[in-house]
Structure formats: C-alpha cells, structure tokens
Design a protein. Sequence first.
Length: 146
Amino acid sequence: MKNGASEVHILLVEDNPGDVRLTIEALRDGRISNQVSVAHDGEEALDFLRRRGKHADAGRPHLVLLDLNLPKKDGREVLQEVKADSELHRIPVIVLTTSSADQDVLLSYDLHANCYIKKPIEYHDFMDAIRGLENFWTKIVRLPPV
C-alpha cells in the first residue's frame, strides 16, 4: 500500500443513516483494509478530531469524508475549523455532499477542501464513486502520517 500503513482510518461525517450504510458498504467491498469511524454531526466530528469528550481516545484519521449539510455545525464550518487548526490542517478533507451549487463548490475549495464530490443518486453510481475515491486516496495518494 502506498500509504505505508496496513489500514487507513477514515472519518465519515454524515447524518443520513442510509448514506452512512452505503458508504461503509462500498468501503468494505474494496480490497483495502479500512477503519471507518462515523460522526453524525459537525460538533461530533470536531470532538472526534480534537479528541474531546467521548472521543478522547479516538485515533487520528488519515482522511475525512465530509457532508456539508449537517446538524449542530454544518460541514462548511467543520471544514473551516479543520483547515485553520495547526494540528488538523494536513488531514485531507473530501467533501461528499448532495449539493451541486457553485457557491458550495467554490466555498469548499476556498476553505481548502482537497476535493469536492457530488453524491450520485443512483445506487451503482454511488458505490462506484466511493470505490473510486477509496482507490485514489488509499492506493495512489501518499497520505500524511498521523
């Protein structure tokens, strides 16, 4: 594996249970060993990344899959805080959302998202997108050490 790790730790930040299930299913179908942690809202994602509260013993993820439309603190705010934090800013953040609005795409890149993917609606297209994402970020890209 290009990343020199036997397992890639992914933090999935998603409030939709169906999308959580599908994403985990697609990642497990791949040939790569991944550890997937899930945060269901923006506040929980930041607690996980900063190892606060019930996430005090959480491992630092190698990459974050971030939905924009989240309760408590939306994905735009999470992205801004992660990229402004000197301990977290190197973690690649992939925006994975239903929004195709130009303003969301531009803002995400302005906030230093590493890529922006609109969630496909069709099941097979969604599964293909997650597998392609997994292949690129876990086999091709060299991720920063955690």
